[in-house]
Design a protein around this ligand. Structure first.
Ligand code: PDD
Length: 287
């Protein structure tokens, strides 16, 4: 089936969707994005993603091409026409296509932002076999820019990190700066010691994960302790459990870090429980 996608006000077959070669995201990665998951044909935590999108736009002095209600309608329409039961909606907004290449931002009065949305059909996203096996993590140096709290489309380094991990026989990489883990290539990172969930505090060093916010709330409700602080790879290798969170992975257990096996090498009890709680609770509030 040909996907229907959304480009600048039009719903089109994916084969007919076009963006200018002068688009600022194509030439300069001058764009922001969001990924929202879909379960049971409904959007998970849309409000959280919309709020973060507005913040990303405002931090970059970029104009929103439509309001958040319209954005919700576009998400829902794409889920409907593409018949998505489980999957993702990808949204990208760029500073537009000024018709030439220039480092200076184009005048927002004359250059409209570009907006693109498409769906990704992923049956079995919730019942992911990887969650029963757990991930193997490789640590790499964090060489990204300093504003990781803005969700920009500059994803070359995370993409290279994922390839490094794959080449080393791992599933993903955790990035390390000044001796401490920042986050995963496309997810937030956590370790578990006893009843305590430890994760780096929010700052411009990491993306403020929408799944992170929900999971920490659910963990506190389940009487787990939360400690927002830095941790090293050495500390993570000694932890009882570890996991990652993101809109596409939800809560995904980690079983190995740089060759060190955590616990008995199977997903930890708390990570597994948090995945169950997250899926159950976020389904209840999906729209
Ligand atoms: N990535 N950290 C980074 C660097 C990310 O790219 C992501 C999300 C997260 C988790 O954020 P959230 O819980 O809001 O999804 C943390 C998305 C899923 C992606 O790029 O596909």
């Amino acid at each position: 089936m040909t996907r229907t996608v959304y480009v600048n006000g039009d719903y089109l077959p994916e084969t007919e969707a076009k963006v200018s070669i002068f688009d600022r995201a194509f030439l300069m990665a001058d764009g922001v994005y969001e990924v929202t998951s879909v379960l049971d044909g409904k959007l998970i935590d849309f409000a959280g993603h919309a709020t973060r999108l507005q913040r990303s736009l405002s931090e970059l002095d970029m104009r929103a091409p439509c309001d958040m209600d319209e954005l919700l309608e576009i998400h829902r329409e794409l889920v409907r026409v593409n018949d998505i039961d489980e999957g993702l909606v990808y949204l990208q907004i760029t500073r537009g296509a000024p018709g030439d290449r220039d480092f200076v931002f184009p005048d927002p009065e004359t250059t409209e932002p570009t907006i693109v949305l498409f769906t990704q059909n992923k049956p079995g996203l919730a019942d992911n076999p990887a969650a029963r096996k757990g991930l193997k993590i490789l640590s790499i140096e964090d060489q990204r820019w300093g504003r990781r709290d803005i969700k920009t489309v500059q994803l070359l380094y995370p993409s290279m990190g994922k390839m490094k991990a794959r080449k080393a026989g791992c599933d993903d990489a955790w990035m390390v700066e000044d001796g401490f883990v920042t986050e995963g290539t496309s997810n937030n990172a956590y370790i578990v010691k006893g009843n305590r969930i430890i994760t780096r505090a929010l700052s411009s060093d990491i993306l403020h994960g929408i799944t992170r916010a929900a999971v920490l709330r659910f963990a506190a409700e389940a009487q787990m302790e939360i400690e927002e602080r830095n941790f090293s790879i050495a500390e993570a290798q000694e932890a009882d459990e570890a996991f990652i969170t993101s809109a596409s992975a939800f809560v995904m257990p980690v079983v190995e870090i740089d060759g060190a096996v955590l616990g008995d090498g199977t997903p930890g009890m708390r990570s597994t429980r948090l995945r169950e709680i997250y899926l159950e609770e976020s389904r209840k509030t999906a729209i």
